[in-house]
Design a protein around this ligand. Structure first.
Ligand code: NAD
Length: 295
């Protein structure tokens, strides 16, 4: 159903406003200006609106930064109140929200529409990684908590996003941040691995259903991105010790011997949302430095 003409005009005007505001954002918390985007990528998303979930820290924050640098308006929804003042830009709107709260999602979407007038790109990224527990000891409450955060809100958000992305002038795009655990699960992580496998399957079905609307849906499977909230210093040291490695050796425990950081993943996702991936949907990309369990 087409929106009423006055609504269409309001949406068009909001979009124009978005494309007129420009300039590079500054990261308030870290005090330093963010690096400028490269000449070739600067402004590629001018006039477009992106929603990132879980972007108050780690990978989501890096994705928000990469999208702002490319000229997109970015709405960032996270339970951490730090999300609200994270970037100093007229194109940034941080919304503190528990994504498991359906009513709060309605009002967050309303705020997004009022601020920027639409949605072109969606990055489903928010997630938790609970402490390792084997199947025989995992309580149902622990299982449900992981599903309630890593899986369920993504359906709620996709449902709300679809009518908006269907109208995206340059076609809607979705990236889902799943996990290496989908392709190579780990013992002690049944709830996490299952939630990420389920959200991947959700993305594959969305790719099938939404192709007719020109919307493409792709997944990433990162492994061990250490500059994030999931990896504390203690966890890192314990994991390295478990394998008899130093932290430095542990961080590069992949075929290419590289350390993947959130900035790299942010740039990668921004590229997936851009023109290079225009003809690709339903793809799953491991971002792991190469793993013999995945290859
Ligand atoms: N770091 C890694 O090694 C790694 C590897 C593979 C996949 N991932 C995935 O990447 C995504 C981002 O994680 P990260 O590593 O950047 O960790 P992170 O903890 O830095 O970021 C996760 C964000 O999600 C937010 N969040 C959690 N529950 C929420 C809720 N109920 N409502 C709203 N926001 C909520 C957190 O506040 C946080 O800002 C997660 O889905 C994670 O599973 C991470």
């Amino acid at each position: 159903m087409q929106p009423a003409p006055e609504v269409q005009i309001a949406i068009a005007e909001k979009r124009l406003e978005v494309s007129r505001k420009s300039g590079h954002p500054t990261l308030i918390r870290e005090g330093a200006p963010v690096e400028g985007a490269s000449i070739s990528s600067a402004g590629v998303f001018s006039g477009e609106i992106a929603l990132v979930t879980g972007g108050a820290s780690g990978i989501g924050k890096a994705i928000a930064q990469s999208l702002l640098e490319r000229g997109a308006a970015v709405v960032n929804m996270d339970i951490n109140p730090a999300v609200e003042g994270l970037f100093d830009s007229p194109l940034y709107l941080g919304i503190k929200i528990d994504l498991t709260d359906e009513a709060a999602l309605d009002s967050a979407f309303e705020k997004m529409i009022n601020a920027f007038g639409g949605l072109d790109m969606l990055v489903l990224n928010a997630g938790i990684f609970p402490p390792g527990i084997r199947i025989e000891s995992l309580g149902m409450d622990d299982w449900r908590k992981v599903m309630a955060i890593n899986l369920d809100p993504n359906l709620s958000i996709m449902r709300r996003a679809h009518p908006l992305m269907k109208r995206a002038p340059r076609y809607g795009r979705v990236v889902i941040n799943a996990s290496k655990n989908v392709l190579a699960p780990g013992a002690g992580a049944v709830a996490y691995s299952s939630s990420k496998a389920a959200v991947t399957q959700m993305g594959r079905v969305a790719a099938l259903e939404w192709a007719k609307d020109g919307i493409r849906v792709n997944m990433i499977h990162p492994d061990q991105v250490f500059d994030t909230g999931i990896w504390t210093k203690e966890v890192l040291e314990a994991r390295a010790a478990h394998y008899g490695l130093t932290v430095e050796q542990y961080k590069r425990r992949n075929l290419l011997g590289v350390e993947i950081n959130s900035r790299y993943v942010g740039e990668f996702v921004a590229n997936m949302l851009g023109a290079m991936f225009e003809f690709i949907t339903g793809a799953q990309i491991p971002i792991d430095g190469g793993s013999d369990r995945v290859i």
